[in-house]
Design a protein around this ligand. Structure first.
Ligand code: URA
Length: 316
C-alpha cells in the first residue's frame, strides 16, 4: 500500500488574533520543525531567530512560541512542513554492544534504548548482531518491514569487514561466487578489497540475502576471522554523517524508494552533523540530493542519542 503523505498543519495559539482553545495541542515551534524532520531542534531555533519561520503567514522570531499541529500552518522559508505519514521510519547507526531485540533477560543494552525520544514503539527491520555496528532500520510500519525483509525484495546490504591478518583474492572470489552455509550456497555477492594493513585487512561485501550471521559465517567458510563488521549501506541508504548511537528519520522518497525493489543502491546525500536531540513525533527528514523535492528545505535531520559512553544507566 502506498504511503499517505499529509501536510503538517499547525495552530499557533500564542497569536493575539488566534484565541487559544483548551483542546489545542501546544508544542514549541522548534520542536514542531525538528519533528517534521527538517533539522535538529537547535538548528530549528536558529531558523526561527533568523526570521525564516512563519505561522499562518506571520514571521515568528520568538523562541518560546508555541503552535498546535492540528490547525495552523507552519512554513520554513515559505514552504509548509510536510510529513510522510503517521508511521515512523528510522535509520539508526547501531553501535557495537546493543541487541536488536526488544527485550533481553540479561538486561543488556537494546537498540530501542537509543530511540527513547521517539516515544513510540518501533521494530527493527531484520537484525544486526550484538557485535556488529552500522545501519539498522526501525519502523512502526509492519507491512513495509515485511516487504523489505521478503527474500524476493533483495535489498542490497553492504558491509565493511575487518579481518585478522591478510585477505587473499581466492577467499574474496569464493565468497563472491557463494559459499555453503548450513548446506545451502549463498547467492553471488559483490566483494572488493578496501585496505591492507599490518595486522588487519578490510574488504567490502554486498549481499542481498538476510541469513542469520551471514557475513560472519561466509568469512568462517573461507577461514577468515572477523574483527569488526559494519553495515555501511542498506539499499539506497548510506551512513552520511551518522555517528554510532545517532539516528534520523527517513524521507518520503527513501520510504518509497526502499519499497521499490529495483532501487537497490542509489546513494543518499551525506548529511551535516546535528548537535541536539529532537522530539518524538518526527516522521521524515531531509531528502537525499537525488530525490529531493525542489519545494523542500535544506537541512539535516539527524538526532543524537546517548551512546554507551554517555547514556544513563538502564532501568532494571
Ligand atoms: N552478517 C553478520 O554476520 N552479522 C550481522 O550482524 C549482519 C550480517
Amino acid at each position: 500500500m502506498a504511503p499517505i503523505f499529509v501536510s503538517y498543519v499547525i495552530t499557533c495559539p500564542n497569536y493575539p488574533d488566534k484565541p487559544a482553545k483548551e483542546t489545542v495541542m501546544l508544542e514549541r515551534l522548534q520542536k514542531i520543525i525538528s519533528a517534521a524532520g527538517i533539522t535538529s531542534r537547535r538548528a530549528s531555533e536558529d531558523l526561527i531567530l533568523a526570521g525564516r519561520v512563519t505561522v499562518n503567514g506571520t514571521v515568528v522570531t520568538e523562541l518560546g512560541s508555541k503552535a498546535d499541529p492540528s490547525v495552523d500552518t507552519v512554513c520554513v522559508d515559505g514552504k509548509p512542513l510536510t510529513i510522510a505519514s503517521k508511521k515512523l521510519y528510522i535509520l539508526l547507526y547501531k553501535p557495537v554492544g546493543y541487541l536488536t531485540t526488544l527485550d533481553d533477560p540479561e538486561g543488556r543494552p537494546l537498540v530501542t534504548d537509543l530511540l527513547k525520544e521517539v516515544g513510540e514503539r518501533v521494530y527493527p527491520v531484520g537484525r544486526l548482531d550484538y557485535n556488529t555496528e552500522g545501519l539498522l532500520l526501525l519502523t512502526s510500519d509492519g507491512e513495509w518491514a515485511n516487504q523489505l525483509m521478503h527474500p524476493r525484495h533483495e535489498v542490497e546490504k553492504e558491509y565493511h569487514v575487518r579481518v585478522r591478518g591478510k585477505v587473499h583474492k581466492s577467499q574474496l572470489d569464493q565468497m563472491a561466487g557463494g559459499v555453503e552455509i548450513d548446506g545451502k550456497k549463498t547467492a553471488p555477492a559483490r566483494v572488493s578489497m578496501i585496505k591492507e594493513g599490518e595486522q588487519n585487512d578490510w574488504f567490502s561485501i554486498t549481499i542481498h540475502e538476510g541469513r542469520n550471521r551471514q557475513v560472519r559465517r561466509m568469512c568462517e567458510a573461507v577461514s577468515l576471522s572477523v574483527v569488526r563488521l559494519r553495515r555501511v549501506r542498506y539499499g539506497m541508504l548510506t551512513m552520511g554523517s551518522l555517528k554510532p548511537g545517532e539516528f534520523r528519520y527517513l524521507t518520503e522518497a527513501e520510504v518509497a524508494g526502499l519499497r521499490d525493489p529495483h532501487q537497490k543502491h542509489a546513494a543518499a546525500a551525506p548529511r551535516t552533523p546535528a548537535t541536539t536531540r529532537s522530539s518524538a513525533s518526527a516522521r521524515t527528514a531531509q531528502r537525499p540530493a537525488a530525490a529531493q523535492k525542489p519545494s523542500h528545505l535544506a537541512a539535516n535531520g539527524k538526532h543524537s542519542t546517548p551512546t554507551k559512553r554517555n547514556r544513563p544507566p538502564r532501568k532494571p
